[in-house]
Ligand binder design. Structure first.
Ligand SMILES: [Zn+2]
Length: 504
């Protein structure tokens, strides 16, 4: 009995040691790192980018090329893979601010907090700031506005992600060498209306406000030496050695973001174009740190728009390809890390109604994003369009009832569309139960979101939420020190690895 007890004790002790040693193992690996340290570090963060978004894009690419299974994204050919937990200090399902702060500082923080501790009192130094102070050039590129939660987590210190004005003031003080992609959401703060078409008005909605007490954040940034570039012609002229450049797309979609890839037209610059430009500007003998965010994977997944989300993933991968091209030239001195901040939408690669069937190529039928299509529905509401007129637009945008037999709408699907039309256009019976309404449509246009759901389901995809999920996130790495990113760890370990590798 005694022997059995001591054996049990040994077992329990060794199990405890095993679990206790998990986090320290990575610490140990980091502290014993003896390999060559990278001079050029790329940190790619897909917002709302989980394993299912990655794999859905791979299945879609294979289907388009008539192949079985998957066609790998560039990022998934990297030799090292790991994954990590994402929970925030005060919530299991994280948000972009807390997740961004974890990925930029190595600290858990509270929901909505940017670059500060959970109590919102103490600013936390980010790896981008440490890199700057060590003489590396620093760049931030994103497909959403430059003051959005993820990019802000690398240069701003604010108690709330919604303090856009204060965040853009922090941007102008950051001394980072390059910003590129979307615009500045609220450079004016709140108050009286600004003049249209002034330089200060860049990236603003018409009728945006200015406060008497606040100086425009763009003017402040210009006083700090920044140049704002907003035309393709000026963008092309940005060259190696240029410093303190903020390159904003000439055309911005909702929330001052780059238009969705699926909606981009000739003349639109892609995330890859901004990444390429950042590399040109930052390239120097001392090295650089570049964070690139694929920010609209998240937005499309919030809207449960699979085709748009997958196109964003593909564009994100094309931006990563630019870094890979650079890596090929400097393989011993470059590190590329690709990850996500959290998953969005609870995307499942299977749906109850389609059983075991997948047909990813059907997603190709969608012509424009939920954003563009919702705007079209909004216009149709003004003219009081009939159900038949709306269905004509739905069929046109999503490719239903044309071409493949798989695209024919079933009676049940038409009933779902009719219910959505009634809710959207204020006809028929109103769904009065708020929970029921929200579970069906979230805060999106009912017609648009129902059409997106039906197309996803036909392709064999299902969504469980209009919000984020807590599923662990994969990371891929290639180059000097990549092996530190192997295993199962926490999002706060990500910048800790980079700190060690860059001697920050
Ligand atoms: Zn996010």
């Amino acid at each position: 009995m005694k022997r059995r007890f001591s054996l049990l004790c040994i077992c329990v002790l060794s199990l405890q040691m095993l679990f206790a040693s998990q986090p320290n193992k990575l610490n140990e690996k980091r502290s014993h790192f003896k390999g060559k340290k990278p001079k050029y570090v790329f940190y790619f963060i897909g917002d709302g980018f989980g394993l299912s978004q990655s794999n859905a894009a791979e299945a879609y690419l294979a289907a388009l090329n008539g192949k079985e299974g998957i066609q790998k994204l560039s990022m998934n050919t990297f030799p090292t893979q790991g994954f990590y937990t994402t929970y925030a200090e005060n919530r299991f399902i994280t948000g972009s601010a807390a997740a961004g702060t974890a990925l930029s500082t190595g600290n858990k923080t509270s929901i909505g907090t940017i670059g500060m501790d959970a109590s919102k009192q103490k600013p936390l130094v980010t790896i981008a700031e440490k890199a700057r102070d060590k003489g590396y050039k620093v760049g931030v590129v994103t497909s959403v506005s430059l003051d959005h939660a993820t990019p802000a987590s690398f240069y701003a210190h604010q108690p709330s992600r919604n303090k856009y004005y204060n965040i853009s003031v922090d941007l102008g003080k950051s001394q980072f060498n390059f910003f590129g992609g979307g615009g500045i959401k609220h450079p004016e703060g709140d108050g009286k209306t600004v003049k249209k078409n002034s330089v200060a008005n860049m990236g603003l909605d018409d009728g945006a406000k200015i406060n008497d007490h606040q100086e425009n954040a763009i003017t402040l940034a210009e006083k700090n030496g920044y140049t704002f570039v907003k035309t393709n012609e000026a963008f092309r002229k940005i060259k190696k050695g240029d410093d303190k450049v903020v390159a904003i797309n000439y055309r911005l979609a909702g929330g001052k973001s780059l238009p969705y890839s699926i909606d981009q037209t000739e003349g639109d610059l892609s995330l890859g174009d901004y990444t390429q430009k950042a590399i040109e500007v930052l390239d120097n003998k001392k090295g650089f740190f570049l964070m690139v965010e694929g920010g609209k994977i998240d937005w499309a997944c919030h809207a449960n728009d699979a085709a748009t989300a997958i196109n964003e993933v593909i564009q994100f991968d094309l931006a990563i390809q630019k870094a890979l091209d650079f890596y090929e030239k400097h393989p011993k001195e470059t590190l590329i890390v690709v990850c996500g901040d959290h998953e969005t939408g609870g995307l499942g690669l299977g749906f109850s109604g389609s059983h075991y069937h997948s047909d990813f190529k059907l997603l190709k039928n969608q012509k424009s994003s939920y954003e563009v299509f919702s705007a079209r529905i909004k216009e149709m509401k003004k003219t009081g369009a009939s159900f038949d007129q709306v269905m004509k637009a739905v069929r046109d945008n999503y490719g239903f009832d044309s071409g493949e037999k798989e695209m024919i709408l079933s009676e049940y699907e038409i009933r779902q569309m009719k219910q959505a039309y009634d809710q959207s256009f204020g006809k028929g019976e109103k769904i009065s139960n708020r929970d029921q309404y929200f579970q069906l449509y979230g805060s999106y246009d009912p017609v648009t979101v129902t059409a997106c759901h039906i197309l996803a389901q036909k392709a064999g995809l299902g969504w469980t939420t209009f919000s984020h999920t807590a599923t662990p996130i994969p990371v891929r790495a290639i180059g000097s020190g990549a092996y530190l990113f192997e295993g199962y760890f926490d999002n706060t370990d990500m910048p800790k690895n980079i700190e060690v590798l860059m001697n920050l």
